[in-house]
Design a protein around this ligand. Structure first.
Ligand code: DGY
Length: 321
């Protein structure tokens, strides 16, 4: 009987995905559902043909070199791939599979969650009710910002950015965006294109950072760029934490230069800058953009089906390299 290929699961995946993997491969798993460090990954996945990881595993050139003798596929449960050394994978002839498209709606929903929560002071409102200190409706209690007629500036108008735009239109927002290249009129849907990110910032009452993988924009939202935003603007980050200069954002939120922020991603997460947790005008979520049951099922199955397609000699659409 032919030896079954071995697959390494760095994290726990949804039951339907784990069943599909177990039906095809001999499964080797990390003992607990926690991020796996590169040296552990290189040791535990030795001899495996396929790796299933998430954005919490850094698949470095050293990991790839250690696993190269047997490794054929790196499958990541993410559309982002900044945690994988693509050049090393390419050089080793190892396929990298990601999960585009199927997570766009879920991430766009979290975009709206963050916009609404930041604008309407959801964190403070929830905390007040839970505290027991609420004394009843008051004409000036927790006044937020309405969305109707406000300009939503989207940095990175890919599938997730367009999903946020589609939803925000229904809330009466005017859509502005900057992207590496201008969209054609069909996906643009009447949104206003800005040729530079700085021009976009000047028009963004609500700025939503959606650049894929952070777009190589480390520290982009710094003091000088925050100064371009309209007074009391709102900042939303759905992209990667590194795109924000935390000192600059925190100072602008503390001084009232910015009204609020809604953040799903953080530099150094999960060890976030502790000052965020003390700020009433910041709404925080723990990188849950794609975290719905149906989306995580669809993401995992896209990876499994991608490996099936590779085995048939085909090139699946979610193959990055
Ligand atoms: C992604 O898919 O890149 C999201 O950030 C979730 O990991």
């Amino acid at each position: 009987m032919a030896m079954q290929e071995r697959v390494y699961l760095a994290r726990r995946f949804t039951p339907c995905v784990e069943r599909a993997i177990a039906a095809r491969f001999a499964v080797v798993r990390h003992a607990v559902d926690a991020p796996v460090a590169p040296d552990v990954l290189a040791r535990e996945a030795a001899g495996c043909t396929h790796l299933f990881v998430s954005t919490t595993e850094r698949v470095t050139s050293d990991v790839i070199a250690a696993l190269a003798p047997s490794l054929r596929t790196i499958a990541t449960l993410s559309v982002g791939h900044d945690h994988i050394d693509l050049a090393a994978a390419r050089a080793g002839g190892i396929a990298v599979l990601t999960t585009p498209d199927v997570l766009s709606d879920a991430c766009a929903e979290v975009g709206m969650l963050l916009i609404l929560a930041a604008a309407r002071r959801a964190h403070e409102a929830d905390a007040l009710v839970r505290s027991g200190a609420w004394t009843g409706l008051a004409p000036t209690l927790l006044l937020g910002r309405g969305l109707v007629g406000r300009r939503l500036g989207i940095l990175g108008m890919g599938r997730i950015g367009r999903g946020v735009a589609q939803r925000a239109r229904a809330f009466g927002m005017a859509i502005h965006y900057h992207n590496r290249s201008r969209l054609t009129s069909d996906p643009e849907q009447g949104a206003t294109y800005h040729a530079t990110a700085e021009a976009l910032l000047e028009q963004s009452d609500v700025l939503c950072l959606c650049a894929p993988n952070g777009g190589g924009l480390d520290g982009f939202l710094d003091t000088a760029r925050i100064a371009l935003l309209p007074p009391e603007a709102i900042v939303i980050n759905l992209s990667r934490g590194d795109i924000v200069d935390d000192d600059a954002l925190i100072a602008a939120l503390a001084s009232g230069r910015l009204f609020a922020a809604g953040l799903d991603v953080f530099r150094g997460e999960p060890a976030i800058d502790p000052r965020y947790a003390t700020m009433p005008n910041v709404f925080l979520t723990p990188h849950i953009g794609s975290a719905t049951i149906e989306t995580r099922d669809a993401m995992g199955m896209l990876l499994v089906e991608g490996i099936d397609a590779l085995a048939r000699g085909e090139t699946p659409s979610n193959r990055l390299c």
